[in-house]
Design a binder for this molecule. Sequence first.
Ligand SMILES: NC(=O)C1=CN([C@@H]2O[C@H](COP(=O)(O)OP(=O)(O)OC[C@H]3O[C@@H](n4cnc5c(N)ncnc54)[C@H](OP(=O)(O)O)[C@@H]3O)[C@@H](O)[C@H]2O)C=CC1
Ligand SMILES: O=C(O)[C@H](O)CS(=O)(=O)O
Length: 492
Amino acid sequence: MLDETTNLKSMLRRPDLVCDAAFVGGEWKQAASGATFAVMNPARGDVIAHVPDLSRAEVAQAIDAAQKAQKPWAALAAKDRAKVLRKWYDLMMENQEDLAIIMTSEQGKPLAEARGEVAYGASFVEWFGEEAKRVYGQTILGHMADKRIAVIKQPIGVAAGITPWNFPNAMIARKVAPALAAGCAFVVRPASLTPLSALAMAKLAEEAGVPKGLFSVVTSNSASEIGKEFCENPIVRKLTFTGSTEVGRILLKQAADQVMKCSMELGGNAPFIVFDDADLDAAVEGAIACKFRNNGQTCVCANRIYVQKGVYDAFAAKLKVAVEKLRVGDGLADGTTLGPLIEPAAIKKVQEHLDDALSKGGKVLTGGKVHDLGGQFFEPTIVTHATKDMLVSTDETFGPFAPLFMFEDEDDVIFQANDTIFGLASYFYAKDLSRVTRVAEALEYGIVGVNTGLISTEVAPFGGVKQSGLGREGSSHGMDDYMEMKYICTGI
Ligand SMILES: NC(=O)C1=CN([C@@H]2O[C@H](COP(=O)(O)OP(=O)(O)OC[C@H]3O[C@@H](n4cnc5c(N)ncnc54)[C@H](OP(=O)(O)O)[C@@H]3O)[C@@H](O)[C@H]2O)C=CC1
Ligand SMILES: O=C(O)[C@H](O)CS(=O)(=O)O
């Protein structure tokens, strides 16, 4: 019998990677209530699957199973944990195409970007499989002749994660990989808009030999209820969240009651600065990559583009040419470079920022309206004459809208770039070495891209300052958030 998943499954080498059950304590389960929620294809507007809408009590069962599985997992030699992660990495890459098709079908990004995200997510599993073997302690010369001091690092225990829809694979991998590498157990609640990628990852984790109960994917349409379970359940020792600053604040307040260790990867408002000594062609290439990746739906997208007065018109003209080469369409169609926005509310927000900018003197250079394809497709848009009193100057657009601000000098643009509550990613193009050093040090951000618009990698510490978050993900620092440091003082 044909069902709603037939079309998606027909595109896959492994149709079994489309999972319509939640992965709870090592079992594939429906909600006891039978409740489910629909997963939509944002390009086509059709339902591609239904997944269980688990209750808070059923999520608690996943947490119980995690607690049971964690101690034996932590007792394994790091090398043995590493082998399982390596196998999981291998399976993710062997099934990269299927995972990408599933991702594009539920999130909308072009297939080429989805393939890239699968490889990016898998790179965290590979990286932390290696880092698992490199957890080091310390010995310290005793403060008294009869004392010996050692410092060791131990896994924190059961970790819980809540992830967004914009990178439905990589944002989970960036959390579960260091957690398992450190010897923790992990329960994740993926965004309700994009649960299929997470469930497919769980399927491959099971095949890789991740022990029953160690990793659960709890699907739910009630984010706040599950968030409360994660924050209030005494078994959970660590909460990791990627999403908006607004929700991050809610979770931090809820987690405070248990003084829970939290990692927060939150909102951004990235400045992208083009100085008059920049290579303008390189800057345009970087702006396209940085602004329009995932259709502008990333926390590290350029949200404000500042161009020095002397090169403003030349840069704007070059950027217009590049933007008009972008192809809007279904992410599964060949040649698409911009997919749909994730949901109607996202279209509304882009339109709101555009209307506000035009009402305050902005001028459309290209784009400027919902695409002829209708639905959730929007034309990639450049607006010139942007000013700091516009909404786009303070709020994250999260869409294909590029406002060009003009600036006079370095001090002026540094002040404007830093004038935000956010501090995640920032970018600038310049050649003068002294200027590059000064500006990189002056920008109040966790990440600075110099002459590049792409900074995402598993080998570097990703995270923000100010209200863009707490902690770092990826790099040799990435496991610290899943471990506790213990100081042992021995009298002899
Ligand atoms: N710093 C970073 O690395 C990243 C930051 N972001 C930021 O997130 C925003 C876009 O992502 P978006 O998904 O809309 O962000 P949201 O913060 O709305 O949602 C993120 C996740 O949190 C869940 N959630 C929402 N409300 C609550 C709650 N009260 N308690 C517990 N969980 C909750 C959502 O569930 P559901 O969707 O099912 O409602 C989703 O799974 C942007 O601001 C972007 O900058 C996004 C990705 C990466
Ligand atoms: O969700 C996001 O925006 C990601 O954190 C950005 S990245 O890590 O893919 O650059």
